[in-house]
Design a protein around this ligand. Structure first.
Ligand code: ZN
Length: 123
């Protein structure tokens, strides 16, 4: 066994978490190599938006990037095909749709209308 293999995952970069899922090793971030310095860890956290900073919570399910429900996905498609939306606004609205879904379990008509108003202000 190589001495610079990661001690947490044994060098394969992946570990099973308590949900039965295989996830990226939080110690070596999937490289399988021992993380002798903290620099790698700092570089990774630095690229994250500050409001999403989460200390020592790397072992979580991958972040959802697209709505799970049919209505939500349809709405997200409308957002993405909106010619007057900037990439930042699209990303923010899609994030809002996902958050709404997580909170309410579905996209309510009121919410769909609210989002549509933002992507089609002239209608
Ligand atoms: Zn590891």
């Amino acid at each position: 066994m190589s001495s610079d293999s990661c001690g947490i995952c044994g060098g394969d970069g992946r570990i099973g978490n308590s949900f039965g899922l295989t996830t990226k090793c939080p110690s070596c971030h999937g490289t399988g190599r021992r993380n002798s310095e903290e620099s790698l860890f700092r570089d990774v956290t630095k690229t994250k938006p500050s409001h999403h900073r989460q200390a020592n919570k790397e072992v979580v399910a991958p972040k959802q990037t697209w709505p799970a429900s049919h209505a939500g996905a349809q709405l997200a498609n409308e957002v993405q095909s909106c010619p007057s939306c900037s990439k930042e606004i699209m990303a923010r609205l899609i994030r809002e749709i996902i958050d709404h879904e997580i909170q309410h379990g579905t996209c309510t008509q009121t919410f769909v209308k609210k989002i549509r108003k933002q992507i089609r202000p002239l209608v």
